[in-house]
Design a protein around this ligand. Sequence first.
Ligand SMILES: [Zn+2]
Ligand SMILES: [Zn+2]
Length: 268
Amino acid sequence: MCHTLKLGSLLNHGDLVTETEIEGLIRAHAAALQKKYTALMLTDCSPSGGVIQGMLRFTASYDGIEDVIDGAYQVDIQIPRLYPDRLPTAKEVEEKIEKSFHTNPDGTLCLGAPLAVMKAFSECPNLVGFVEKCLIPFFFSYEYKKKHGFLPFGELSHGAEGILEHYRELFRCDDDLATLGLLRILADSDYRGHYGCPCGKRARLRQCHGDQIKELFEYQSQNEYLNDYAQVMFAINRKRIQIPKAAFSKTMAKYLNVAELLRKGIIG
Ligand SMILES: [Zn+2]
Ligand SMILES: [Zn+2]
């Protein structure tokens, strides 16, 4: 059974859960994983995380897609210290996946925009969930693309552009700056329901994108949203669009030389 994970409340970074409990959690989740995927084994486990290695064999099909795909990939899954608040990462070790296909610079697989991956994982926040909601869809997409030439779940750009596209879709917003304005609320942890909604619809936040934003606070930390914000800002800047001060993150401003950004016309 899977319950939606309320982030921050379940594992409060050492306050509520001791190191041995985290190790126990990893061992229990790994055992459940191995029951279903017998060739995936826990090869390392300590209070600082764990490692799962072995062959992931699967048969996958998805609603609305005709293909049924069988796959077998040798994987290396790293479970971080703050699991399950933080997601595992995965590498495909036989290099069957071309590096040009959604692979991060450190060799881990790019499973999608961070928030999208976190949302998929939180439907079932354990290792079976990670493998079935995040990893198998990735391999399925790869096999599908090899066969048909396009991705089954829609093409998302890689890196900063991909994250911008993801938020535009999520907010159903076709304007880059409005999207940035909405994301700013998350990056600054600055929800004010009586303020105008940044999407441009001339409504108060609480009557417009407010509920959606409030729900999103549960999926990622402010820092992770700030990271996404920086990527989106970078993607917008590449299009040579000036960022108005109102959409500029105050938290971000602490890390950047704002006077210089103003002088260069990046913000205005
Ligand atoms: Zn990617
Ligand atoms: Zn709105």
